[in-house]
Design a protein around this ligand. Structure first.
Ligand SMILES: NC(=O)c1ccc[n+]([C@@H]2O[C@H](COP(=O)([O-])OP(=O)(O)OC[C@H]3O[C@@H](n4cnc5c(N)ncnc54)[C@H](O)[C@@H]3O)[C@@H](O)[C@H]2O)c1
Ligand SMILES: [Zn+2]
Ligand SMILES: [Zn+2]
Length: 399
């Protein structure tokens, strides 16, 4: 089959690789009909280089049709499924408590990591990812989300990651009707977080340096601000001087405006892999501008909720401010399956209240994935979300 493979820092290529095969009785193989590029893939593209191996198949936002099913899979050939990016068993102590990100069956203990993820480096199990024609889906008795056949892929695809991620971010932020929420970052995750805030009745402010991303958010009633030195003061002015009740950081460790972290990221890119892995495990390599801004902005006694991914082990935090302001911090990978009952009715609602149909700026054949990665990272050509199509001619009519 054809698949997108990681080849080195900022280098991915589409190669012919062996088709996946089933190894467990609860596996299925799906033919991929849509697979998106995520902001998290950009961390592999640039920062998580020391944990990648040449030829790794990447991608973790995937849906498709079952073409082979093991006897214990609880799915049949022809079923249409969305695949959560977290690989979890659904039955262990953690999964039974809704913490599928900490699944005790798939935890990658060698690296001290939580549940395995598709296409996400040695840290998360080096599991082949979904930016490919076919994908092996383990734990298919509990993990994949079976969906109907009427609506387009774009309605359902984001249940694999960014929609539940944004939902969890806003839920952890604890805001509802009449509250105020700020969202740092208006990439795909931030767009959904802001829209969800509005949907739940909150007043939503957002910050992003990219004008067309601000314009898209504004269409949903979000007060979107440019990233300027005084942006937090401007938002405080609109919240009676206190700051919003909660802030979702939807930027993560590659924030613009973090010169020290940028140097550390460059250093990890220059060192040989074992030394770089050690540096990332012991030093503060994150670019923390958005996290610091979120902590500064949130009102006293409010909540900062991190959807953006952080990876350095010794990143300095302003403990004085956090403690004095009595800030609550919540974070983590998304426990995808936990939120599907809330989200499925929203994506299937004919009014499409969260605008799933309004996020994809580029649908491209898998063969164009390398230039699509570059475009998404550069945020050029108005790019907000790219969906790759491994079989463009076959699936065109379905979308
Ligand atoms: N927790 C999870 O399970 C989970 C799941 C998916 C994605 N993520 C993470 O969420 C983050 C966002 O993902 P995305 O797909 O939206 O990616 P993205 O890279 O498109 O979005 C980041 C946005 O932040 C903006 N930005 C950069 N620096 C900023 C700053 N200092 N202040 C304000 N805005 C700034 C960028 O312009 C961009 O629009 C990433 O860190 C990604 O890894 C986490
Ligand atoms: Zn993702
Ligand atoms: Zn489990």
């Amino acid at each position: 089959m054809r698949a997108l493979t990681w080849q080195g820092k900022r280098k991915v290529s589409v190669e012919t690789v062996p088709d996946p095969t089933m190894t467990q009785p609860d596996d299925v193989i799906i033919e991929v009909t849509s697979t998106a590029i995520c902001g998290s893939d950009l961390h592999l593209y640039e920062v998580l280089v020391p944990f990648m191996d040449e030829g790794d198949i990447i991608g973790h936002e995937t849906m498709g049709k079952v073409v082979d099913a093991g006897p214990d899979a609880h799915l049949s050939i022809g079923d249409r499924v969305v695949v959560p990016f977290i690989i979890s068993c659904g039955t262990c102590w953690m999964c039974r408590r809704g913490l599928t990100t900490q699944c005790e069956t798939t935890q990658v203990r060698e690296y001290g990591s939580g549940a395995a993820l598709y296409g996400y480096s040695r840290l998360y199990g080096s599991v082949p990812g979904g930016q490919a024609e076919y994908l092996r889906v383990p734990h298919a008795n509990t993990n994949p989300i079976a969906v109907g056949s009427e609506l387009t892929d774009h309605r359902y695809l984001f249940l694999s990651d960014i929609l539940p991620t944004a939902w969890q971010g806003v839920r952890y932020a604890g805001v509802g009707a009449g509250d105020s929420l700020a969202v740092y970052g208006l990439g795909p995750v931030g767009q959904f977080a802001a829209r969800i805030g509005i949907h739940l009745g909150a007043q939503v402010f957002a910050v992003d340096p990219v004008p067309e991303r601000r314009a898209l958010a504004a269409r949903y009633g979000v007060h979107a601000f440019e990233l300027t030195d005084d942006v937090n003061d401007r938002i405080r002015d609109l919240t009676e001087g206190r700051g919003p009740d909660a802030v979702v950081d939807a930027v993560g460790m590659e924030a613009h405006g973090s010169p020290l972290g940028k140097l550390a990221h460059q250093a990890t890119g220059l060192l040989p892999d074992p030394a770089a892995r050690k540096l990332m495990a012991t030093a503060g390599t994150d670019r923390l501008a958005a996290l610091h801004a979120s902590i500064d902005l949130v009102r006293r006694g409010g909540t900062v909720s991190l959807s953006g991914v952080y990876g350095g082990q010794a990143s300095p935090l302003p403990m004085l401010t956090l403690f004095d302001k009595q800030v609550q911090l919540r974070m983590g990978q998304c426990n995808v399956t936990e939120w599907i009952d809330d989200l499925l009715p929203l994506v299937e609602d004919p009014l499409d209240p969260l605008g799933t149909d309004d996020l994809v700026t580029h649908r491209l054949p898998l063969s164009e994935a390398p230039s699509a990665y570059e475009m998404f990272q550069q945020k050029s050509d108005g790019c907000v979300k790219v969906v790759l199509d491994p079989r463009p001619r076959r699936s065109e009519s379905a979308l």
